[in-house]
Design a protein around this ligand. Structure first.
Ligand code: F6P
Length: 319
């Protein structure tokens, strides 16, 4: 392998830069040339490639976002787009590609693999919703960002004896919501993996008040419903007045946590090794503390299970 490319695709996640740096430096270490594709598959279609050197990936490990920028490409979803991307890869003499992104990006990568091009993935999303890997890049940082926000909300909630609903990202998954609920000591958590039992939630709020609890926090995963909807339902069903906070894109930014910077460095290096050793259609996965290469297809063929033990824990510890 003489020349490889790396791109970041889909929603950005903290530590994507650390992964880009790791892929680039691991390649250069083996005397392999490396280029960065800007704006994900969209940039690939336009031939927007830049050389990456030892120094051009210097000073980025701690930076949030992605220096390569990212996009969700509609054009690349179509067969003509995929063929066009393959032509660009040929035109630039690229022998292999590392795709840093989430499940949508991996599906795109799979199309290239099916057509005989070597691709290895690095799972990166704050949602942590990719089966096959225990953790994705960016999840830990987002978790800490959300935790800081929830702690601040608790201050004001307790001062005013209020009920708060905090809506967190995660798409159709509740990993972020669940872990932040445990870490912040939130009283309730609603995740898409469990159906919402509103009368039961109202009962719990009622008994909590009877027990003398003057404020409560509900962590709501965005995949369940919007915070304003839940606020409306709580008012209609139980007469509960609440305040809402929708954390939004603040969850995607920021300097990576130490855990994420290490994870991204390990995954980037593992992906490059895999590519050099002839692996394709796989992702660098974090499993039981170690690195493994597992099929990319796990990202869409399997549903990552939520840890129900943590759901029970939120309930148990919020008495
Ligand atoms: O997948 C990451 C994520 O931040 C989700 O949690 C969220 O639902 C979505 O992306 C938001 O996407 P966009 O930035 O395109 O609005």
């Amino acid at each position: 392998m003489k020349r490889i490319a790396v791109l970041t695709s889909g929603g950005d996640a903290p530590a994507m830069n650390a992964a880009v740096r790791s892929v680039a430096r691991s390649a250069i270490f083996r005397d392999i040339e490396v280029v960065g594709v800007r704006r994900g598959y969209e940039g690939l279609l336009e031939g927007d490639l830049i050389p990456l050197t030892k120094s051009s990936v210097g000073g980025i490990i701690h930076r949030g976002g992605t220096i390569l920028r990212t996009a969700r490409s509609e054009r690349f979803r179509r067969p003509e787009g995929i063929n066009e991307a393959l032509q660009q890869l040929k035109r630039f003499d690229i022998d292999g590609l590392v795709v840093i992104g989430g499940d949508g990006s991996f599906r795109g990568a799979w199309e290239l693999v099916q057509r005989g091009f070597a691709v290895v993935g690095v799972p990166a999303t704050i949602d942590n919703d990719i089966a096959g890997t225990d953790m994705t890049i960016g999840f830990d940082t987002a978790l800490n960002t959300v935790l800081e926000a929830v702690k601040k909300i608790r201050d004001t909630a307790s001062s005013h004896d209020r009920l708060f609903i905090i809506e967190v990202m995660g798409r159709e998954a509740g990993f972020l919501a669940l872990e932040v609920a445990v870490a912040s000591g939130a009283e309730y958590v609603l995740v898409p993996e469990r159906s919402v039992d509103l009368p039961r939630l109202c009962d719990k709020l009622h008994y909590a008040r009877k027990r003398g609890k003057t404020h409560s926090l509900i962590v709501l995963a965005e995949g369940v419903m919007a915070a304003h909807e839940l606020a409306g339902q709580l008012l209609d069903t139980g007469g509960y007045d609440s305040r809402i906070t929708v954390l939004g894109h603040i969850q995607r930014g920021g300097s990576p946590s130490a855990f994420d910077a290490v994870l991204a460095s390990r995954m980037g290096a593992a992906a490059l090794t895999g590519l050099v050793e002839g692996q394709t259609g796989v992702m660098a996965a974090y499993r039981r503390g170690g690195m493994e290469l597992v099929p990319l297809s796990l990202a869409w063929e399997q549903k990552k299970e939520l840890n129900t033990e943590l759901l029970d824990l939120v309930e148990k510890l919020s008495i």
